[in-house]
Design a protein around this ligand. Structure first.
Ligand code: NDP
Length: 325
């Protein structure tokens, strides 16, 4: 079957009712894009401020149960942590053989936490973009990267539906990427559990070492991140390349950076730690089991309290107050 993006047309949606469950970050953006693509969805949301927003914007607003029953193609756009219970209690009862459940993140499906009736297709259309930008980049036709996959093809036409949904929300404008729930989940968790903790640790350690060397809190914190210079550098990494952006720095800086980088061991301790996170924590399912336990939320709160009491957090609060930053 031709999975190329050129093959993505909207025909697979014609005559089918699309339901958007959850009118939050992704839900509001994707519903608006679907409507502008000619497939105005019914919207299912609890009766509160988000529901009011959907009604004010002129969407056909229903309860989650009613919208799920009305939808032939149902987009699951509520937070990952509430999906297993919501699917079991309010969404699955409305799904019939031939319907399609569309997830925007692979986590729950990959770890077996979604109970979807037999005969229902399960597909993934996962924008790599925050909701507000999903809308803005549809409107200005810039598009955004989007991972797509078919997880269960009960009807034999799940790819057509996947690509039609991706196209209708603007996910093929920048080229959709054929992936899988497993890949999307593993890479997402890997960024969160390997890459970002390492970056946070680099900043925290650099702060400690520079303060111990006798430099001032405001100078150190501005050098490290309060100036927002790292954000500028990362924007250029995306635009000009990981090493292509080096040309924007002074030659002294370039020499210092490259000389230090070649001294680092690409296959050393960091690589072993990253591999452990990928295999032992993520792919084994150990992290997902831990995060599903009822006490995990309390541990998250405790971890937040722990970092809030760390020296760099206290210094940051003090410098911000002093500089009005
Ligand atoms: P939000 O937190 O913005 O979703 C909020 C929506 O979910 C609201 O409509 C809210 O309704 C509803 N909701 C929350 N709790 C419940 C509940 N217990 N029962 C019923 N409805 C509830 O989610 P996102 O848009 O951020 O995420 C949706 C999906 O998109 C997730 O799978 C996420 O992984 C994925 N995704 C998110 C991205 C992002 O940038 N945010 C990027 C790519 C994918 P209420 O009005 O009742 O609160």
């Amino acid at each position: 079957q031709d999975r190329s993006i050129d093959a993505a047309d909207l025909a697979a949606l014609s005559g089918r009712t699309v339901a958007v469950i959850g009118f939050g970050n992704q839900g509001a953006a994707q519903a608006a894009n679907l409507r502008d693509s000619g497939h105005a969805p019914v919207v299912g949301n609890r009766d509160d401020a988000y529901a009011e927003a959907a009604a004010e914007e002129g969407f056909d607003l229903r309860s989650i149960t009613e919208a799920s029953a009305a939808g032939d193609v149902v987009l699951l756009l509520v937070p990952d942590e509430v999906q297993p219970d919501l699917v079991r209690d309010e969404i699955a009862p409305g799904l019939r053989a031939g319907d399609v459940l569309v997830v925007a993140s692979g986590y729950n499906w990959h770890f077996g936490l979604l109970d979807v009736p037999d005969g229902v297709d399960v597909v993934m259309v996962a924008p790599r973009m925050i909701g507000a930008a999903v809308r803005d980049r549809y409107v200005d036709r810039h598009g955004f990267p989007c991972f797509v996959s078919v997880e269960r093809d009960a009807t034999g036409r799940a790819w057509d539906t996947t690509l039609a949904v991706a196209r209708a929300i603007g996910g093929t404008l920048g080229g959709a990427i054929v992936s899988s729930a497993r890949e999307e989940t593993a890479l997402d968790l890997f960024s969160e559990q390997a890459v970002w903790p390492a970056i946070l640790d680099v900043v925290r350690t650099a702060h400690r070492v520079a303060i111990e060397a006798g430099f001032s809190e405001e100078a150190v914190l501005n050098e490290l991140y309060l100036s927002a210079e790292p954000a500028e550098v990362f924007a250029h990494v995306a635009r000009d390349g990981l090493f292509g952006q080096l040309g924007l720095h002074s030659r002294t800086s370039q020499y210092g950076q490259l000389r230090a980088l070649t001294g680092l061991d690409e296959r050393g301790e960091l690589a072993s730690r990253f591999a452990r996170v990928m295999h032992d924590d993520i792919l084994s399912g150990a992290f997902a089991r831990e995060w599903s336990r009822p006490e995990a939320g309390e541990r998250l709160d405790a971890l937040h309290r722990e970092v809030a009491a760390s020296p760099i957090a206290a210094a940051e609060a003090e410098v911000r107050a002093r500089l009005g930053a």
